[in-house]
Design a binder for this molecule. Structure first.
Ligand SMILES: [Zn+2]
Length: 256
């Protein structure tokens, strides 16, 4: 009996989520108005360092994402002046369910359902309802020199980002947030998952450059700046990246 109820509840959540995601997608594909992106900062490691960082966190810190996407959209002739508007939720200390490491497709689906449910339960953002929700878990960089990977549910309008609680890392954090945000809008990764090397030509910012390597910028979904055939550097700010034509097509900025 309880099992049936649980299945029913899950199906109900799934249906609600599907309808909402479809509505958001319909809005997104047109780029007729600004999309509201809710950023939900979370103390990811429970540390005092993250706490101190979060108490000083302001909406303006995320402005580079708005400016960047506006400039990139313009290069593809998207008329909307501000394609994305950031809205910042108050910091919280409850952490969302962690994505399965590896795991089966079923694990991934279950996690995405749990994540959507958690997002729905933990939404107390002020102002209009966001179209896209990005949960950012901040970590003390001294204790966590490297972070587990971030996730953007493809076309799912939800992202989970692991970031550093340090002003010095703000630029790098913005790159990761923008990358996951692009996933939620339908963009796909353009790098080799085993070597992390950007794929040519889609994952290159300047595929026509001669000589081709080293590149000086990263394509946002290529993730890194190809330096040689086997090395790539992490971009430290959005200025070091651009949205390539393949990504622009995927998110509806450019028609095939
Ligand atoms: Zn990705």
């Amino acid at each position: 009996m309880f099992r049936n109820l649980r299945v029913l509840l899950l199906l109900f959540i799934l249906a609600t989520v599907a309808v909402n995601a479809w509505r958001a997608r319909a809005t997104v594909s047109g780029w007729q108005r600004s999309l509201i992106v809710g950023i939900y900062p979370i103390n990811g490691d429970g540390s005092p360092v993250s706490d101190a960082y979060l108490t000083r966190l302001e909406r303006d810190r995320f402005k580079p994402i708005e400016t960047y996407l506006a400039a990139q959209a313009r290069t593809y002739g998207v008329a909307e002046l501000r394609p994305v508007m950031i809205s910042l939720a108050r910091p919280r200390s409850t952490r969302p369910p962690q994505p399965p490491a590896g795991g089966s497709a079923m694990d991934a689906i279950l996690w995405s359902l749990q994540m959507r449910y958690w997002a729905w339960r933990n939404d107390d953002i002020a102002g209009p309802n966001p179209d896209i929700r990005i949960f950012v878990l901040f970590h003390d960089p001294q204790a966590y020199p490297s972070l587990s990977h971030s996730v953007g549910l493809e076309k799912g309008m939800i992202g989970l980002v692991n970031a550093f609680a340090s002003r010095g890392e703000d630029g790098g954090n913005m790159v990761i947030i923008a990358h996951e945000l692009m996933h939620t809008l339908g963009a796909t990764d353009k790098y080799d998952p085993t070597t992390l090397q950007p794929r040519f030509p889609g994952g290159y910012a300047d595929p026509h450059q001669e000589p081709l390597l080293p590149q000086h910028r990263a394509e946002i979904m290529g993730g890194r700046i190809p330096v040689s055939h086997s090395e790539a550097a992490i971009p430290r700010s959005l200025d070091k990246t651009l949205v390539g034509p393949a990504t622009a097509t995927e998110i509806g900025w450019k028609h095939r």
